[in-house]
Design a protein around this ligand. Structure first.
Ligand code: GLU
Length: 453
């Protein structure tokens, strides 16, 4: 089994093509196959070295590696040789229409209620010859044969296209540059790809590509087309303005493992068990879990998963990032905070707020509205009066809360919840007694006093 991921380096890697890369990688690893990274950089005007570099960093970040890497730009003379051979066999033919003429042809076909389509008969042989004689520069198309193309898709089952349903694809432009189609197929055949996994937006391309594979006398390739990936509003992700690049998600504090889990399982959050890395995911990966229904990509789901991933991370795994987010933090206190707060955060950035709660005198008391009515001066006075001397630990603080409860007659939420809101400004969060032992007596006292005012 051999497959590839073939990005065009004309922009940053986004969620859509990262999914294609991930699924192809998982399937290759699940099958003990070979995974190739192929850089589709024949479009020299739009391809950029910085994007080639960025996409490799993004793939590595996601937890993917590759057994080899090919740049299409290094194979241009070879493509030309193969194309010349197909021209000689009349499977590739020159076309002379201008963009305006093609648009006119499309409109005429639409006016007759026909789908817009181009094939060899769209221009007469005499006209072609006349234009060639007049020195017009041609572009080239691959001549599709009229026989239907049928294949067993690994995801979609049987797919078929009538040979006449599709336009003959342009494979070389007037300036002799190549379009994606034939170069991709030449590579897939030369590099003996057994399997091609890509988005369902390539479905019609596949029908043409299968005929190209046959024209090149390559062995059959198995295709798998992943469903559309849509946003929370059910619109295709690729059609939206929002930045869903991997770099953008990383900036938001998204962990690669959370993203990988969301993308690898069509049911998203339904997959209850978190795996430690992409290698472990590959052991459990099944292409047959995929179907036709669009896959949903919601940032909220990603944040929830991110929180689950972080809750399992030991401090040493996050130390470096946290120290960057909270410069000058005492690592011992930070670790103690991490151990209780990691269950209550969605991104590592959320730790900044918890750090402020234990380290800063000023508290954003936005949660005070949550103090149950009827809890007032008496309650806070008792809490202050009973506050034990340091050193503080779990036992001392539990005893204190119990004593406050006994003195004031409050329990449950009106005891714990009220203390929490007064002391942290939030209605929920990490273990309160540990948080308070990190906060210390002076700050705890000051907060209770501030609440009483
Ligand atoms: N460069 C193509 C793309 O990014 C590759 C598609 C394919 O996998 O064949 O859409």
């Amino acid at each position: 089994m051999k497959t590839r991921f073939a990005p065009s380096p004309t922009g940053l890697l986004h969620v859509g093509n990262a999914r294609t890369a991930l699924i192809a990688w998982l399937w290759a690893r699940a099958q003990g196959g070979v995974f190739v990274l192929r850089i589709d950089d024949t479009d020299t005007a739009r391809s950029q070295t910085k994007f080639i570099k960025a996409l490799q960093e993004d793939l590595r970040w996601l937890g993917l590696d590759w057994d080899s890497k090919v740049h299409q730009s290094a194979r241009l003379t070879h493509y030309r040789t193969v194309i010349d051979g197909l021209i000689a066999r009349d499977r590739v033919y020159p076309c002379y229409e201008s963009a305006d003429e093609l648009a006119l042809l499309r409109r005429a076909q639409q006016a007759q209620g026909k789908p817009p389509r181009y094939h060899r008969d769209s221009m007469s042989a005499q006209e072609r010859a006349a234009r060639a004689r007049a020195g017009a520069r041609p572009h080239y198309r691959f001549a599709l044969s009229p026989e239907p193309v049928v294949w067993q898709d690994l995801i979609l089952g049987e797919v078929s296209f009538g040979g006449h349903e599709l336009s003959d694809p342009v494979i070389m432009r007037e300036d002799q540059s190549f379009t994606y189609h034939l170069c991709s197929v030449i590579d897939d055949v030369d590099m003996a790809m057994s399997t091609v996994i890509r988005g369902v937006d390539h479905l019609a391309n596949t029908a043409a590509h299968i005929q190209m594979i046959q024209a090149l006398e390559g062995p059959p390739i198995t295709f798998a087309h992943l469903p559309l990936i849509v946003g929370a509003d059910s619109r295709p992700l690729s059609k939206r303005e929002e930045d869903v690049s991997l770099a953008g998600l990383r900036e938001l504090g998204i962990e690669a493992l959370a993203l990988a889990h969301l993308l690898a399982f069509p049911g998203g959050l339904a997959h209850a068990e978190l795996m430690p890395d992409t290698a472990a995911m590959a052991e459990r990966f099944e292409l047959s879990a995929w179907g036709r229904s669009p896959q949903h990509f919601r940032l909220e789901d990603l944040h929830l998963l991110n929180g689950r991933v972080l809750s399992q991370r030991p401090f040493r795994a996050v130390r470096e990032t946290l120290m960057m987010l909270i410069p000058g933090a005492d690592p011992i206190r930070l670790e103690a905070l991490w151990d209780i707060a990691r269950e209550n955060i969605q991104t590592q950035q959320d730790m900044i707020g918890w750090w402020q709660i234990i380290e800063h005198d000023e508290l954003p008391l936005q949660g005070l509205a949550d103090v149950p009515p009827g809890i007032g001066a008496d309650f806070l006075a008792a809490a202050i009066e009973l506050l034990p001397p340091e050193p503080w630990d779990e036992k001392v603080l539990k005893a204190w809360i119990r004593a406050v409860g006994e003195r004031t007659g409050q329990k449950g939420k009106s005891l714990f919840g009220t203390l929490r809101v007064c002391l942290t400004g939030r209605p929920d969060g990490p273990n309160l007694t540990t948080l308070l032992s990190l906060m210390g007596r002076a700050r705890t006292h000051a907060r209770l006093a501030a609440c009483a005012r």
